[in-house]
Design a protein around this ligand. Structure first.
Ligand SMILES: [Zn+2]
Length: 147
């Protein structure tokens, strides 16, 4: 049994979660992704595997073997595999690569980590530009790491 005030705060949290900006963006991405998957799936089933099947002289949709009374439709699995490969290729070349190029062009690559050096007193790894060790609090002076 939940106390009414607890229930109210959970509802409040849920509302805050739904109204967070990126949930709507995520929902749109999932919906578009699902629609895209349906298009690729039907494209593969309608064109790609029949072309492969035409060369092999087989109908992929009907490829199956039977053990006792269990039917194993591995043709459908091949369809799904080809669909996955095409989806992965499209996502890589039309989403990942352009985004990487955009990030490079805008100079948004993560900053280089500051160079570190060993504190001469306690041998801890600290920023080379530090003038006092954060671990042993030794005064190091300017330019201690370059000598
Ligand atoms: Zn130190």
């Amino acid at each position: 049994m939940e106390a009414p005030s607890e229930k109210k705060s959970t509802l409040h949290e849920f509302r805050a979660f739904i109204l967070r900006g990126n949930v709507v963006d995520l929902a749109v991405a999932v919906a578009v992704g699902a629609a895209f998957t349906a298009v690729v799936t039907s494209f593969v089933a309608a064109f790609i595997t029949p072309i492969i099947g035409a060369f092999l002289g087989k109908d992929f949709q009907k490829l199956a073997f039977t053990i006792n009374t269990s039917k194993f439709q591995y043709g459908l699995f091949i369809n799904a595999l080809v669909t996955f490969l095409i989806t992965a290729t499209v996502v890589f070349f039309f989403v990942v690569k352009p985004l990487q190029a955009l990030v490079r062009r805008l100079g948004m690559s993560p900053p280089e980590p500051a160079p570190t050096a060993e504190c001469p007193a306690c041998l801890s790894e600290i920023p080379a530009a530090a003038i006092r060790c954060r671990y042993c609090t030794s005064e190091l002076g300017v330019g201690w790491s370059s000598s």
